[in-house]
Every structure is written in structure tokens, then in C-alpha cells.
Design a protein around this ligand. Sequence first.
Ligand SMILES: Nc1ncnc2c1ncn2[C@@H]1O[C@H](COP(=O)(O)OP(=O)(O)OP(=O)(O)O)[C@@H](O)[C@H]1O
Ligand SMILES: [Mg+2]
Length: 282
Amino acid sequence: MSAIAVSLINMKGGVGKTTLATQLAHAAARRNLKTLAIDLDPQANLSQALLGAHRYVSHLNKKLPTVVNIFEQYVPPTVTAPSPGKVSMKDIIIQQVGYWSQTKLDLVPSRLELANTLKNPTGKERRLAKALSKISGDYDLILIDCAPTESILTEAAYHCSRYALVPVKPEFLATIGLPLLARSIAEFSEENGDHELDICGIVFNHSSSYSDGPESEASVLEVKLEAKKHSWHVYGTRVRYSRSYAKAAREAAPISSTSYVRSNVSAQFSVFANEFFKSIGI
Ligand SMILES: Nc1ncnc2c1ncn2[C@@H]1O[C@H](COP(=O)(O)OP(=O)(O)OP(=O)(O)O)[C@@H](O)[C@H]1O
Ligand SMILES: [Mg+2]
């Protein structure tokens, strides 16, 4: 069996794509799923949240390969390797970035230079999918963290994915990216008739028990209405607001092992994770 690949997508920024990708990767590893996390955002927040800032900077300083080299198809010359080098997924994947040493959580890191790929995108949209096809048998789950704007990178993520998971922050204008996403997926499906890409669900993130007032509930209703229009599933569990998520990213830790995390926060994330795994057939 090859891995189930899921992209975290929303054309709106700051909704929790990276936070959920990070925490679902930890949750998957905890459940003994062989997991590969792929950072497809030049901001490289997922890379930092899994590796920790220190290890990530050291990776960059050593000029080790990243997802950029998959799109560019070569490794540029350096002092130690003074001519263009071959790209192999094996060299790009950083193994064992997870919290527990006995579980398998690997990472394809990103770096700022991924933005250059956007400037010269022709013919690059299938390169990641092709590269993954060679190693997807080594994993149960592949999670891809996307950037908030639609680009060749979004298309590359679609080519790799069976499902898209859509985090939404319940606030004013929450629905703004959803029609765009619907159109973009419909266009992709039209052009790629043999590819089955579905939205596995919409998850409300950042939902705060303090500020869940009329504004937030109005936005939840709007999102549910939009979801219904497209027959998209909406997860019953909402991921609540907690400062521990930012702390978890800083500590490169699963939410359940983050210092001073409240047990209801970590328990609730685990309920969402179970719901998510079930929705993709795991
Ligand atoms: N449930 C939550 N509770 C509290 N803070 C959260 C929660 N989810 C995300 N955040 C915080 O909100 C900010 C944005 O989250 P995140 O980076 O995951 O969003 P994103 O969708 O990946 O953003 P971008 O579009 O820039 O990639 C971060 O500072 C993160 O720590
Ligand atoms: Mg992000």
C-alpha cells in the first residue's frame, strides 16, 4: 500500500495550516503511522516547527538540499561538491524529526529560495509528485503544508494529493478563500480527469471559548453554508484557541508534550486527529 497524501490548503493566510500540519504529523507518528511531512511554503514554518529553529538554521548553513532542489532538479555546486549534483529524495528527506525516537516522522524541508521557483514555474508542477512516487511506498501518510497564495506550488500539491484538508478560522471574511479553492480544485480535476482529489473536510481552528460570540458563530454558519454548496464535510471537532500551539512550535513538540499545556487542549486535539484519520480511511 502506498501512502495517503493530504495537503493542508486555504487561500487565506494565518488560519492554522502549518500548526495543524505539524500537530497532525506528531499525532500520526504517535499512532505508529510512518509519516512524511512536506514543507511547500517558502516561509518554511513547518520545517522550523518540526526541526526546531536551531537545527533548521544549521541545515541551511550546511547548504543541505531542500524541496527547492526537487523543483530545480539539481543541487548547485559547493566547495565540497564542486559541480551540479543529482537530486535524490533520499538525500532531501530528513529522517526522524519527530518527538519520539521509536516512531517514524520524516521531513522534506523548505527554504526561502522556494520563492524563486515561483518566478520561473514552467513545467515544474509535476516534479514533486514524480519524486514522491518513488518513495511513497515507505510511508502510511504524507502531509503537505501549503502557502496561502495560489501558485505553481498549490498545483504541485494537488498533483501529489488524494485529499485536501482545509483549516478555517471562524472570523469575519472566513469564507473568502473557499470559493477560490472550489474553483481551483474544479479546474484541476477538469484538467486531470484520472486524478481523484477530494476535500476530506473543513476544520474550524482557533475557535476560542472566550470570544466565540455572535461574530464567530455567524462566520461558522457562513462557512457551513459554503461547505454544503460543494458537499464538503465539516469536522465536528473544532480545534480551540490555545497559546500552547505557538509554544509547541517553539519547542518542536507535540501539543500533548508542550510545557504547561492544559489537558483539555491536548485531549481535544487528539479527538480532532482521530476524526481526521477516520475521514481519510486510516
Ligand atoms: N488553535 C490555535 N490557537 C492559538 N493559536 C493558534 C492556533 N492555530 C494557529 N495559531 C497561531 O496562529 C498563527 C498562524 O498559524 P499558522 O502559521 O499555523 O497558520 P497558516 O495558515 O499556516 O499561516 P500561513 O498562511 O502564513 O502559512 C501562528 O502564530 C499560530 O501559532
Ligand atoms: Mg503556514
